[in-house]
Design a binder for this molecule. Sequence first.
Ligand code: BGC
Length: 895
Amino acid sequence: MSNPAQISDELTRVLILKSQHGDLIGTIGDPLELSWQIATTRVAASQIGYQIQMSPSPDFSADVSDSGVNLSAEQVGVIAPGGTFSSRERRHYRVRVQTEFGWSAWSSPISAEAGLLSEEDWVGDFIGDEGRVGSPSPTLRYEFELPEKPTSARLYVSSMGLNEVQINGLEVSDGLLNPGWTVYQERLLVDTHDVTSLIVAGPNAISAELSDGWWRGRFGFKNRSENYGTEIGLIAQLELVMADGSLVTIASNDAWKVDTGEILASSIYDGSTVDQTKEHIGWRLPGFDDSSWAAASVKPQAKSVLKPRTTAPVRVIAQFPMGIEPQEDRTLLRSSQNISGWVRLTVDGQKGQRVTVRHAEVLEPGDKLHTKALRTAKATDVYVLGRDGRQVLEPRFTFHGFQYADVVTDAVVISAEAIAISSDNERRGHLVTSDTRLNRLHDNVLWSQYDNFVSLPTDCPQRDERLGWTGDAQAFAAASNTLLNTQAFWRSWLIDLELDQYENGDVGAVVPDLLKLDPNGEIGDWILEGRAGWADAATIVPMSLYEYFADKSVLSAQLNSMRRWTDALHNRRKGEKFLPTEFQFGDWCDPDAPGDRPWESKVSADFVANAFFAHTADLMAQAESLVGTTENAAKYGAMAGQLKLDIWNHMGAEARTTTAGCAMALEFGIVPDEERMSLAAHLSDMVIADDGKITTGFLGTPLILHALSKNGHASSAYKMLMRRDFRSWLYAVDKGATTMWERWDAIREDGSIHSGDMDTNPEGQEDASMISFNHYAYGAVVDWMYRNVGGLAPVNESPGYRLISVAPIPAEGLAFASTSIETGFGKAALNWELNSQGELAARLEIPFGSQARLCLPVTTESKIFCNGSEVANGDLLAHGTHQIRLTKPAVVQYL
Ligand code: BGC
């Protein structure tokens, strides 16, 4: 082995070193994992070893601890040396790799810093005012004097309700809706901010505003407010390291002052009311006279719930200019994109004038906002201007799902922008094809992901719901993992899923589970815990993270939760073969189900329940063999095997009669191998007989194209994908959709808007329409598109794109597809086109550490050339760029 002290390979470099958390300050709450990306011009090099160093000093001059040489090709998700962090601990890491050509130089270092990890670290208290739900936002402030500027300053902050904090009038972060929504009764996230640049020598002021938010605002089912408590409060601890090394701590307590200010009301569903005439001018700056303000009241909230944030906060991710259309009694604002966020409005007005902004996703005839779909959410922002002249208005502590807005005011509307927010997950997948409609579909899915990944994965961003529905989450998990780097996002939500798991192992239909907090928790006759295809998020989401990110840690972390859910299913059988017949969501929103009874899908609820049980048991067996025990792997494997046989024998005939039943039987391996091909042919026949029309709901739709194309019926899959008539993905595109709809006919062929139909829903709510224009479940199709149109997919035997399947399926009418995915190893890309010689020409880029396996669309006469040499399907290609040529390709005919 070469001497690790020497750089012996200058051509190989560790380019990027990163951890599973985007932000590396304060997020360390679980073992830190490191991944690195390598660049080399050497075609034959592979990583045969690595070495990681850790030091408290950025230049690695002191106390270096060294992993030594690990003879391993691991490059993604490697547990960092040094063990668990202590509170406030700051470490620097660097890595270098050994290939057959020697050692690389050290990577640029990254640093990671822990937040406050234990209850004892907190000296401050939760503080607030005496207000109750719906009261004006409390404003809190505290002044302190410093003899000199500190060398470093950290702010640790969280709140019951939402907080925004400033120091000397400047925001401490660009995070929004902090601290986000988690299972608050057990896990309330703490943000850590480096605020060194905000603190000055002399007088300083720290100030905060609070809002009811998810904590006590009206939220969830039945218009309930105060879900988590009657009081809101801020906890903040500012730690200043002075030049002599001494520590000054400023913590929230009853020495802080409290009052109310300009935010008269703020609600996630209803919007905010800001009366600028009520603002205390200069209250965020030092020197403000707060002698008339009350002492902050200390709230009796346990600090044991405080946990470090482990996933990116919500941030502004994009802005769209809005068209301004003056109408008789209002001004209509029109954006090009349906988003989650708000309107940033510039007006020219006079002090005391009112400005009211309402929001909607679609317009009714006469360009009226369609607000019925919002149900009881008012989605209305109101301002009272605090001065004369031009001013920019933005609401506070709220967000709306909208593309259109209208403004009623006597002021002059100068300009408007739609401000889009989302949990700040990095973009991962890009897919552009020669078909502009498919591209729009792709972007619609991406936007539904942005719009619904606001702190947690939600069903929709506009109406009085916005809940973490587990069914929608599992249906969309694979697609979400392709489009964005969602690893930390899902991991954080899975912690909440487990925290909210019921005694018997059941998982709720929503996480965080608001129904658990409600003494009259039921919704009509519905059972919401342990429902098929919803509770299975407990097994499906972690296994999807394993597939797309090679994340074994999440499997270890969730193993117990996964077992408890699988065992809950088994126990529910009470010794019988099958689960008892109970209320199920079934293939929810099957388009042939009665509009007001979306659970009455064509495929039987019993089949769906048992099929998802078998799938969960299968996934459980896989997770056990990866990170659990071999006995358990065998136990759950046998459970799944027997159940599948029983399902097929007793329910197979019925399942065959529905497209969703066939898709589940094929995708979950319920159909015996010898009948697989005939079942797939039968499914394909049904699809063709329906002319590609969609006949499945939330659970069947994510599966059906895979069930077809994996079993020899890519043409039927394309028939569905490319259909433009009513009940298809592209129908919505043709109707101008910019996000995914909850129902296929959300806008009918005659242009009218679906009524939502749910007036008779079992909650007995009036006007309980169900018609969102921003629901991602059907966006699951994007996963199929990346794999089959784009042609890049992770392979489970070597997950996280360490092994990449290159399997594009060109179809008539498609001239090219360009796909790229930012994998843990680096960028993988495939650009293919059907050239004028009728060949498929492709450029394939594989990152260091990955390999590609060719599975090209050959005919009996085809030849495959890679960089000029003949190769064959099944061959493995190493990292680097490859020019591929396939003669006489098979091109799917579906028209
Ligand atoms: C939500 C869905 C959810 C369903 C289940 C709806 O109101 O918007 O997406 O999965 O309820 O009942």
